[in-house]
Design a protein around this ligand. Structure first.
Ligand code: GLN
Length: 546
């Protein structure tokens, strides 16, 4: 099968070396961004683990699970891809070894290998290449940006590295470029940038038959000329191909850093392209983000606060809104297990915050602490935004303290509660498998006229979901009677999707994850309004309340 019609399909393969956590996803997204004004760029991520998708993984280990519109639960790098490339990604753009082996095994059972011994090479590697080609074809891609997960040399990613090596022969050397991201340490004692880890990592890549066209050295400072020369000499690539991957305080600067370093010229040259990036709008948005006029302190109240990546998109969404409000969000991490264990008094923890977010979550641990936090926000007129689990816990808090349902709870937390105000969605009752079985993906929300949600979104809004539980329809009337307003619901169903309290400066929660579809260009309205209210001085808030 030909790879594409003319002009030929191009590939950029991004690998990583030395360490994990160097920002390969952001590097891949930034490179894609530079080409995206002229070409149809399709990103792919190849993950080495045997899980079919990250949906079943603990966010503390793996970071946030990103949810796509099509319902796919994918690696958090897809958040960067969507935000940097302005594309709606699809679930199968995230290949995992779990998916690859599943497809090879299915084929074997069907007899498609015609009696052959099924082997890693060629069969598994072919399955990887076929998937890449099929996606390129289906999407009419001009450029596939393929991020290989892990670090070169990891056993887990060997088959992907081999597939990407073989792609070169099939696509033709002029149609594929290899970018390798490494780490350049600066030794404190001598203050000198060291190239050895990069040399060794590139040597590992070359052992596998891949010669990088670009080496990005992640470093605290710009790589000096001498270091670039050394990397160029030892790694056998032109000096222009050695690019600084500068540490930055704002990831949106990375496309600009790469562009200044001339990455586009070397990739254009290698791929026979002539793309000039269009960065004007991006620069302008970044300018706003870079020049905040004031700070706004937001409490992020969760139980995965040990790993900031667990809430990556929530932080991003706050940054997007802040950029448009000339503000800088200062996030105060509140571990709600500490609140519920009374290790930390709530007044002390929240005394200096201007807004409170209770983000998504699962299970009982930390939940009572979050309920206390919601109560504190509601009673003290502090702007509150609840996301998914945050909505469910806000309902529990309201039911307990305003509707006299002292036992109110979610059956996720207490399966035997006498007031199950949050309960399983009916379609979840017979679900036994954990993977990919939640209510997932993009869903429309019908918004009630005359509400705050209507002022923000109009009659309807589409957001992404990932949940098993919902507001129990049996309790809706009681909750509404006591003043809770359900301002968004699923069309044709009784699934409550947005709630608000009218006599509060800002008290809103949604069953959805609005953080997943927020971008620097178009911040999500929940976050924008929340932050805007949080920035208002108390007197104005009181005016709103009155
Ligand atoms: N645990 C809750 C549910 O399954 C909320 C999920 C979430 O916050 N993503 O419904």
């Amino acid at each position: 099968m030909p790879l594409s019609n003319t002009p030929p399909l191009k590939f950029i393969v991004v690998t990583g070396g030395v360490l994990s956590g160097l920002g390969k996803g952001i590097a891949a997204a930034s490179i894609g961004h530079l080409f995206s004004s002229a070409l149809k760029v399709v990103p792919m991520k190849l993950d080495g683990y045997l899980n079919v998708d990250p949906g079943t993984m603990n966010p503390i280990e793996h970071g946030e699970v990103f949810v796509l519109d099509d319902g796919g639960e994918v690696d958090m790098d897809f958040g960067h891809y969507e935000r940097f490339l302005g594309v709606t990604c699809k679930s199968d753009w995230n290949l995992t070894m779990g998916k690859v082996f599943e497809s090879v095994r299915d084929k074997e059972r069907k007899g498609d290998y015609l009696g052959k011994t099924v082997q890693y090479i060629p069969h598994v590697v072919n399955a990887i290449k076929e998937k890449i080609r099929a996606i390129a074809h289906a999407e009419h891609a001009d450029l596939m940006v393929i991020e290989v997960g892990g670090t070169v040399g990891d056993m887990e990613s060997e088959l992907y590295v081999e597939a990407c090596r073989q792609l070169r022969n099939e696509a033709g050397p002029k149609n594929i470029a290899y970018v390798h991201l490494t780490y350049v340490p600066i030794l404190h004692s001598v203050g000198e940038q060291k190239s050895k880890p990069t040399q060794q990592s590139v040597a590992l890549l070359r052992q596998r038959g891949i010669q990088p066209d670009v080496v990005i050295g992640r470093c605290r400072k710009h790589l000096d000329e001498h270091l670039k020369e050394r990397i160029s000499m030892f790694c056998d690539l032109p000096k222009e191909g050695v690019i600084t991957g500068l540490d930055v305080d704002n990831v949106y600067k990375i496309p600009l850093v790469f562009n200044e370093e001339g990455i586009i010229n070397i990739l254009n040259q290698k791929l026979g392209l002539n793309v000039q990036p269009n960065l004007a709008r991006w620069e302008q948005l970044l300018h706003n983000a870079e020049n905040p006029q004031r700070e706004v302190v937001i409490a992020m109240c969760g139980k995965y606060t040990r790993l900031m990546d667990s809430y990556a998109s929530v932080i991003e969404a706050l940054n997007h809104a802040a950029a448009h409000l000339h503000a800088k969000p200062v996030i105060k991490w509140i571990e709600t297990t500490d609140i519920e264990n009374e290790q930390r008094p709530i007044e002390e923890a929240l005394h200096d915050v201007q807004g409170i977010i209770v983000p998504g979550g699962f299970g009982a641990r930390g939940a009572e602490g979050k309920i206390q936090v919601v109560r504190h926000a509601r009673k003290n007129g502090i702007p509150f935004l609840g996301l998914c689990y945050g909505l469910q816990l806000a309902v529990i808090e309201f039911a307990r303290n305003e509707c006299h349902l002292a036992e109110a709870n979610s059956t996720e937390i207490n399966p035997h509660t006498s007031n199950p105000v949050i309960d399983l969605l009916p379609e979840q009752l017979h679900v036994t498998q954990k993977g990919a079985t939640m209510r997932l993906g993009g869903q429309n929300i019908e918004v009630k006229k005359g509400t705050r949600a209507h002022a923000l979104f109009g009659d309807s809004v589409r957001l992404r979901f990932r949940h098993r539980y919902e507001v129990n329809p049996v309790y809706i009337q009681t909750l509404e009677k006591h003043g809770l307003v359900f301002s968004g619901k699923a069309p044709g169903r009784e699934i409550m999707q947005i709630l608000e309290l009218p006599h509060h400066p800002f008290f809103m929660a949604t069953q959805a994850h609005p953080e997943l579809t927020s971008t620097l260009d178009k911040p999500n309205a929940f976050f924008y309004e929340f932050l805007k209210t949080a920035m208002q001085p108390l007197t104005e808030k009181e005016k709103v309340t009155a």
